[in-house]
Design a protein around this ligand. Structure first.
Ligand code: ADP
Ligand code: GLC
Length: 483
């Protein structure tokens, strides 16, 4: 059985700021079902440790790392058989709220130290130096917070194989040269071909330069990031490593996201019995104080940041509200988006609802109760919400980038018989508006709308097949390392 250490900075339901948490829970579980021994490594955030203690878990080992006392707790990912290791180091991880930011929304001042320590512990487990009875054949790293693991493993002759998955190339873990020195990393790493990026220390480059294989979360994003437009300055490096780079589309947890049984919904429905979807819509309208009426109701759930195209959304909303459309928005993020959204919500009570903050239950009810789900992302490595929507018979309207291209098919491209949503290709608010209007024409045609819903709901978005592709990749790396 292949043993894999899956290192991540968030995992659902312990800690979540975005899709990484969902994937970090559902992919290891799917791999365990395929008989891979995948164990997750997560920083010991307070909620995670609390859950572990409540589950009766124990501290397994304790050691000194520089000035820090570190211990490793072994527990299970709630509701699964997957082993979860927590890196307990209170001065670095015992902080409330968001894993990366303080209450003022500023990055923790010592993020480099926090995730360097996390990386060191990951590498110690991988080489057997942490004193655990378990030692992985492979380490699967995710995003910049784990980027130093392959760097620390590099000097070891008999090191395990390494995979680095890019969930979002826009977040790179950049720090000053002073921080580089403070971490005590060898000077030899301060080179363009190694960790230096425009006179800064780049954690993500550790993963991109030193791991055996690089993956990202959709085939289209794997191509896009090799171009200057989407490469965030790393496209040259990624082109250089293109033979080691592949795109594997994310799956979703089809048990958590299932309209037939979702405990967050008052009414349940499925592909052959959609009637209750209208009841979900009415109860969502009621819950949020919107006028209970026929539609169209458009949903948006996500981080209110540049990536998600919120400015395009803001520009098209007034016209669509004038036309009588309703909007339900859930998210949190930058003031420059929150403020104008608040103004719109004040101006259009009954037609627009805005919930600022994070609300798991409401996100399920929006996914079920909306007619259309908007994802005008400027770029989107994979995107999970469009797949949740498709499974819930809610038609996505998306920008044609990244994983959105790989999951949403437009009637103009494949015909109404095969389509499941709408895709706009021009990177502009006009293009979004034209496509929403095109979607509204189809919405008015009951039969065609049902066809789109059926097509979306009939597709398999689970990890079953997609996790196999990771499994094949693991085997491939191990074979290569044997030679
Ligand atoms: P990203 O990781 O870029 O934020 P994804 O589409 O991959 O985008 O995943 C976002 C995940 O976070 C989804 O599960 C989505 O439902 C959830 N999410 C984002 N914002 C909120 C929020 N305010 N409340 C509840 N869930 C949210
Ligand atoms: C990132 C991306 C998102 C992707 C998620 C999980 O946060 O922004 O597109 O779905 O990671 O891989």
């Amino acid at each position: 059985m292949i043993r894999v250490l899956f290192a991540t900075s968030e995992v659902y339901p312990m800690v979540k700021t975005g899709g990484l948490a969902d994937v970090s829970a559902s992919l290891p579980e799917a791999l365990c079902r395929l008989e891979y021994d995948v164990q997750i490594l997560l920083p010991g955030y307070p909620d995670a440790l609390k859950a572990a203690r409540k589950a009766g878990s124990r501290r397994k080992v304790r050691f000194q790392l520089g000035q820090y006392n570190v211990s490793l707790w072994q527990t299970r990912l709630p509701g699964t058989a997957v082993t979860l290791w927590l890196v307990d180091c209170p001065p670095l991880f015992d902080r409330p709220g968001n894993p990366y930011k303080n209450e003022q929304g500023k990055d923790w001042w010592d993020n480099a130290h926090r995730f360097e320590l996390f990386g060191k512990v990951g590498a110690m487990i991988a080489t057997g130096e942490a004193g655990l009875a378990w030692k992985p054949d492979l380490v699967h790293c995710n995003d910049w917070q784990t980027g130093l693991i392959p760097v620390f493993l590099e000097p070891y002759r008999a090191r395990p194989g390494t995979v680095f998955t890019i969930h979002n190339l826009a977040y790179q873990g950049l720090f000053s040269h002073e921080t580089f020195r403070a971490l005590g990393l060898p000077d030899s790493l301060w080179r363009l071909e190694q960790l230096e990026f425009h006179d800064q220390l780049s954690f993500i480059k550790g993963g991109l330069v030193f791991s055996d294989r690089i993956t990202t979360v959709s085939p289209t994003y794997a191509l896009e990031i090799q171009s200057p437009e989407f490469g965030n300055g790393l496209d040259g490096l990624l082109r250089h490593r293109q033979h080691a780079l592949s795109g594997i589309l994310n799956g979703i947890d089809t048990r958590v996201w299932n309209p037939e049984e979702d405990p967050e919904l008052a009414f349940h429905y499925g592909q052959d019995h959609l009637k209750n979807k209208a009841k979900c819509k009415a109860s969502l309208q009621q819950e949020l104080g919107l006028e209970v009426k026929g539609g169209p109701l458009m949903g948006f759930v996500g981080r209110l940041v540049d990536q998600k195209g919120v400015d395009w959304l803001l520009s098209v909303m007034p016209e669509l509200l004038e036309q009588g459309c309703q909007f339900v928005i859930l998210g949190s993020g930058e003031d420059r988006y929150e403020e104008p959204l608040k103004q719109l919500a004040r101006r259009w009570p009954g037609q627009m609802s805005l919930t600022l903050g994070y609300n798991e239950g409401l996100s399920h009810r929006i996914t079920a109760g909306s007619d259309l789900f908007l994802m005008p992302s400027r770029f989107e490595p994979c995107g999970l919400n469009q797949m949740y929507s498709l499974r819930y018979g809610t038609i996505p309207v998306v920008h044609g980038v990244g994983g959105l291209v790989d999951t949403v098919q437009d009637p103009l491209d494949v015909g109404i018989d095969k389509a499941n949503g709408f895709v706009f290709t021009g990177a502009s608010a006009e293009s979004l508006l034209a496509t929403v209007n095109r979607a509204l024409l189809v919405f008015a045609n009951r039969k065609q709308w049902r066809q789109l819903q059926g097509n979306g709901m009939a597709t398999d978005y689970s990890w079953k097949q997609r996790a196999r592709t990771y499994g094949d990749l693991y085997q491939c790396i191990l074979k290569e390392r044997e030679q």
